[in-house]
Design a protein around this ligand. Structure first.
Ligand code: SF4
Length: 236
Protein backbone atom coordinates (compact mmCIF):
# COMPACT_ATOMS: atom_id res chain seq x y z
CA UNK A 1 0.00 0.00 0.00
CA UNK A 2 1.24 3.47 -0.88
CA UNK A 3 -0.31 5.85 1.66
CA UNK A 4 -1.67 9.34 1.14
CA UNK A 5 0.47 11.27 3.61
CA UNK A 6 4.01 9.91 3.35
CA UNK A 7 5.21 12.00 6.33
CA UNK A 8 2.54 10.54 8.59
CA UNK A 9 3.18 7.03 7.38
CA UNK A 10 6.92 6.84 7.97
CA UNK A 11 8.26 6.42 11.49
CA UNK A 12 9.76 9.86 12.31
CA UNK A 13 12.37 8.48 14.73
CA UNK A 14 13.71 5.69 12.54
CA UNK A 15 16.10 5.96 9.61
CA UNK A 16 14.47 5.22 6.25
CA UNK A 17 16.76 2.23 5.59
CA UNK A 18 15.95 0.68 8.98
CA UNK A 19 12.22 0.99 8.26
CA UNK A 20 12.58 -0.89 5.01
CA UNK A 21 14.84 -3.53 6.54
CA UNK A 22 12.24 -4.04 9.27
CA UNK A 23 9.59 -4.69 6.60
CA UNK A 24 11.83 -7.23 4.88
CA UNK A 25 12.62 -9.00 8.18
CA UNK A 26 9.00 -9.08 9.32
CA UNK A 27 7.96 -10.81 6.11
CA UNK A 28 10.76 -13.35 5.90
CA UNK A 29 10.56 -16.82 7.44
CA UNK A 30 12.61 -17.17 10.58
CA UNK A 31 15.90 -18.84 9.77
CA UNK A 32 15.87 -17.31 6.28
CA UNK A 33 16.38 -13.71 7.40
CA UNK A 34 19.46 -12.43 5.56
CA UNK A 35 22.31 -10.71 7.40
CA UNK A 36 22.27 -6.93 7.80
CA UNK A 37 24.57 -6.28 4.82
CA UNK A 38 22.34 -8.29 2.52
CA UNK A 39 19.26 -6.48 3.87
CA UNK A 40 20.97 -3.16 3.20
CA UNK A 41 21.78 -4.25 -0.34
CA UNK A 42 18.10 -5.16 -0.85
CA UNK A 43 17.10 -1.73 0.40
CA UNK A 44 19.57 -0.02 -1.94
CA UNK A 45 18.20 -2.06 -4.84
CA UNK A 46 14.67 -0.90 -3.92
CA UNK A 47 15.90 2.70 -3.73
CA UNK A 48 17.47 2.36 -7.17
CA UNK A 49 14.16 1.15 -8.59
CA UNK A 50 12.26 4.14 -7.20
CA UNK A 51 14.96 6.70 -8.07
CA UNK A 52 16.50 7.31 -4.64
CA UNK A 53 20.23 7.39 -3.85
CA UNK A 54 21.64 4.72 -1.48
CA UNK A 55 22.62 7.47 1.03
CA UNK A 56 18.90 8.03 1.73
CA UNK A 57 18.99 4.85 3.83
CA UNK A 58 20.77 6.77 6.60
CA UNK A 59 18.35 9.71 6.63
CA UNK A 60 15.32 10.35 8.79
CA UNK A 61 11.93 11.19 7.19
CA UNK A 62 12.15 14.90 8.09
CA UNK A 63 15.37 15.18 6.03
CA UNK A 64 13.56 14.16 2.83
CA UNK A 65 11.48 16.28 0.45
CA UNK A 66 7.83 15.36 -0.12
CA UNK A 67 8.65 13.54 -3.35
CA UNK A 68 11.52 11.59 -1.76
CA UNK A 69 9.30 10.55 1.15
CA UNK A 70 6.70 9.30 -1.28
CA UNK A 71 9.38 7.38 -3.19
CA UNK A 72 10.51 5.80 0.10
CA UNK A 73 6.90 4.73 0.74
CA UNK A 74 6.69 3.25 -2.75
CA UNK A 75 9.96 1.38 -2.14
CA UNK A 76 8.41 -0.08 1.00
CA UNK A 77 5.22 -0.95 -0.88
CA UNK A 78 7.08 -2.92 -3.56
CA UNK A 79 9.59 -4.53 -1.22
CA UNK A 80 7.58 -7.77 -1.18
CA UNK A 81 6.98 -7.90 -4.96
CA UNK A 82 3.21 -7.40 -4.67
CA UNK A 83 0.66 -8.39 -7.29
CA UNK A 84 -1.62 -5.56 -6.16
CA UNK A 85 -0.48 -2.04 -5.22
CA UNK A 86 -3.13 0.02 -3.44
CA UNK A 87 -2.18 3.66 -3.98
CA UNK A 88 -4.30 5.96 -1.83
CA UNK A 89 -4.02 9.44 -3.34
CA UNK A 90 -0.25 8.97 -3.53
CA UNK A 91 0.42 12.42 -4.97
CA UNK A 92 -2.14 14.64 -3.24
CA UNK A 93 0.49 16.49 -1.18
CA UNK A 94 2.89 17.04 -4.09
CA UNK A 95 3.25 19.73 -6.75
CA UNK A 96 2.33 18.77 -10.31
CA UNK A 97 5.90 18.24 -11.52
CA UNK A 98 6.76 15.83 -8.69
CA UNK A 99 3.31 14.30 -9.06
CA UNK A 100 4.09 13.40 -12.65
CA UNK A 101 7.47 11.90 -11.72
CA UNK A 102 5.93 9.79 -8.95
CA UNK A 103 3.19 8.50 -11.23
CA UNK A 104 5.76 7.64 -13.90
CA UNK A 105 7.74 5.71 -11.28
CA UNK A 106 4.60 3.88 -10.18
CA UNK A 107 3.78 3.00 -13.81
CA UNK A 108 7.33 1.71 -14.42
CA UNK A 109 7.20 -0.46 -11.29
CA UNK A 110 3.76 -1.72 -12.20
CA UNK A 111 5.12 -2.94 -15.53
CA UNK A 112 8.23 -4.45 -13.93
CA UNK A 113 6.16 -6.34 -11.36
CA UNK A 114 3.30 -7.09 -13.76
CA UNK A 115 1.08 -5.88 -10.91
CA UNK A 116 -2.31 -4.22 -10.70
CA UNK A 117 -2.48 -0.69 -9.30
CA UNK A 118 -5.69 0.29 -7.51
CA UNK A 119 -5.48 4.07 -7.49
CA UNK A 120 -7.78 5.89 -5.07
CA UNK A 121 -8.30 9.61 -5.55
CA UNK A 122 -10.37 12.69 -6.28
CA UNK A 123 -8.17 14.07 -9.04
CA UNK A 124 -10.11 13.25 -12.19
CA UNK A 125 -7.29 14.48 -14.45
CA UNK A 126 -4.86 12.08 -12.81
CA UNK A 127 -7.35 9.24 -13.14
CA UNK A 128 -7.86 10.01 -16.83
CA UNK A 129 -4.12 9.83 -17.46
CA UNK A 130 -3.25 6.83 -15.32
CA UNK A 131 -6.20 4.47 -15.07
CA UNK A 132 -7.52 1.93 -17.56
CA UNK A 133 -10.75 1.26 -15.68
CA UNK A 134 -12.45 3.70 -13.35
CA UNK A 135 -14.94 3.08 -10.56
CA UNK A 136 -16.93 6.10 -9.34
CA UNK A 137 -18.05 5.97 -5.71
CA UNK A 138 -20.75 7.91 -3.91
CA UNK A 139 -21.52 7.43 -0.22
CA UNK A 140 -19.08 4.52 -0.05
CA UNK A 141 -20.74 2.60 -2.91
CA UNK A 142 -19.75 2.09 -6.51
CA UNK A 143 -22.22 3.89 -8.78
CA UNK A 144 -20.43 3.43 -12.10
CA UNK A 145 -17.57 1.26 -13.35
CA UNK A 146 -16.10 1.15 -16.82
CA UNK A 147 -13.18 1.79 -19.15
CA UNK A 148 -11.65 5.22 -18.63
CA UNK A 149 -12.67 6.50 -22.10
CA UNK A 150 -16.32 5.60 -21.50
CA UNK A 151 -16.40 7.12 -18.04
CA UNK A 152 -14.98 10.43 -19.28
CA UNK A 153 -16.61 10.64 -22.72
CA UNK A 154 -19.89 8.87 -22.14
CA UNK A 155 -20.73 8.86 -18.41
CA UNK A 156 -24.06 7.19 -17.65
CA UNK A 157 -24.70 7.82 -13.97
CA UNK A 158 -26.03 11.31 -13.08
CA UNK A 159 -23.34 11.72 -10.39
CA UNK A 160 -20.56 10.82 -12.85
CA UNK A 161 -22.06 13.21 -15.40
CA UNK A 162 -22.04 16.05 -12.87
CA UNK A 163 -18.50 15.19 -11.76
CA UNK A 164 -17.21 15.27 -15.34
CA UNK A 165 -19.07 18.49 -16.18
CA UNK A 166 -17.64 20.19 -13.08
CA UNK A 167 -14.06 19.82 -14.36
CA UNK A 168 -12.93 23.26 -15.62
CA UNK A 169 -12.25 23.28 -19.34
CA UNK A 170 -9.71 25.66 -20.88
CA UNK A 171 -11.35 25.48 -24.30
CA UNK A 172 -14.97 26.01 -23.32
CA UNK A 173 -15.29 29.18 -21.27
CA UNK A 174 -18.33 29.37 -19.04
CA UNK A 175 -19.58 29.43 -15.50
CA UNK A 176 -18.13 26.92 -13.07
CA UNK A 177 -20.61 24.10 -12.60
CA UNK A 178 -20.61 22.36 -9.25
CA UNK A 179 -22.81 19.57 -7.94
CA UNK A 180 -25.92 20.84 -6.13
CA UNK A 181 -26.50 20.11 -2.44
CA UNK A 182 -24.08 18.78 0.13
CA UNK A 183 -22.44 15.39 0.64
CA UNK A 184 -24.47 12.83 2.53
CA UNK A 185 -24.06 11.93 6.20
CA UNK A 186 -23.14 8.27 6.57
CA UNK A 187 -24.64 8.41 10.08
CA UNK A 188 -28.04 9.16 8.61
CA UNK A 189 -27.99 8.18 4.94
CA UNK A 190 -31.01 8.85 2.74
CA UNK A 191 -33.36 5.99 1.83
CA UNK A 192 -33.42 4.58 -1.69
CA UNK A 193 -30.69 5.90 -3.92
CA UNK A 194 -28.06 7.65 -1.80
CA UNK A 195 -27.71 10.34 -4.44
CA UNK A 196 -31.43 11.18 -4.77
CA UNK A 197 -31.44 14.39 -2.62
CA UNK A 198 -28.90 15.92 -5.05
CA UNK A 199 -29.85 14.26 -8.31
CA UNK A 200 -31.41 16.49 -10.98
CA UNK A 201 -32.82 13.40 -12.73
CA UNK A 202 -34.42 11.76 -9.67
CA UNK A 203 -37.83 10.16 -10.05
CA UNK A 204 -40.22 9.18 -7.25
CA UNK A 205 -38.91 5.62 -6.96
CA UNK A 206 -35.42 6.94 -6.23
CA UNK A 207 -36.54 7.85 -2.69
CA UNK A 208 -37.48 4.29 -1.81
CA UNK A 209 -35.68 1.85 -4.09
CA UNK A 210 -31.95 1.24 -3.85
CA UNK A 211 -30.49 0.79 -7.35
CA UNK A 212 -28.11 -2.09 -8.06
CA UNK A 213 -24.98 -2.10 -10.19
CA UNK A 214 -26.00 -3.43 -13.64
CA UNK A 215 -24.26 -3.72 -16.98
CA UNK A 216 -25.58 -1.06 -19.37
CA UNK A 217 -22.99 -1.42 -22.12
CA UNK A 218 -20.04 -3.66 -22.86
CA UNK A 219 -17.91 -3.58 -19.72
CA UNK A 220 -19.77 -0.57 -18.26
CA UNK A 221 -21.77 -0.95 -15.04
CA UNK A 222 -24.13 1.65 -13.60
CA UNK A 223 -26.21 1.79 -10.46
CA UNK A 224 -29.19 3.98 -11.35
CA UNK A 225 -32.93 3.26 -11.58
CA UNK A 226 -33.09 5.10 -14.91
CA UNK A 227 -31.06 2.24 -16.36
CA UNK A 228 -33.08 -0.56 -14.85
CA UNK A 229 -35.45 -2.29 -17.20
CA UNK A 230 -38.19 -2.56 -14.60
CA UNK A 231 -38.07 1.10 -13.60
CA UNK A 232 -41.82 1.42 -13.96
CA UNK A 233 -42.62 -1.61 -11.84
CA UNK A 234 -44.22 -0.74 -8.46
CA UNK A 235 -41.79 -0.43 -5.56
CA UNK A 236 -41.75 -3.46 -3.25
S1 SF4 B 1 -31.40 6.22 -9.09
FE1 SF4 B 1 -32.52 8.12 -9.25
S2 SF4 B 1 -31.57 9.50 -7.78
FE2 SF4 B 1 -30.19 7.80 -8.11
S3 SF4 B 1 -28.84 8.52 -9.69
FE3 SF4 B 1 -30.47 7.41 -10.72
S4 SF4 B 1 -31.98 8.97 -11.22
FE4 SF4 B 1 -30.61 9.88 -9.74
Amino acid sequence: MVPQGAMNSLNPVMRIGDQLMLTIREHTEEGEIPDKNTQLKQVEELFYRVGLKPAVARLYPHELSGGMKQRACIAQAISLNPQLILADEPTSALDVVVQRQIMQTLRKLQNELDATVLLVGHDMGLMAQFAERVGIMYGGKLVEVGPVEDIFHNPQHPYTQLLISSIPNFEIKGEFRGIPGVGLSLLDPPTGCLFHPRCPKAIDRCKSVEPQLKEVAADQLVSCLLHEEDQHAPAS
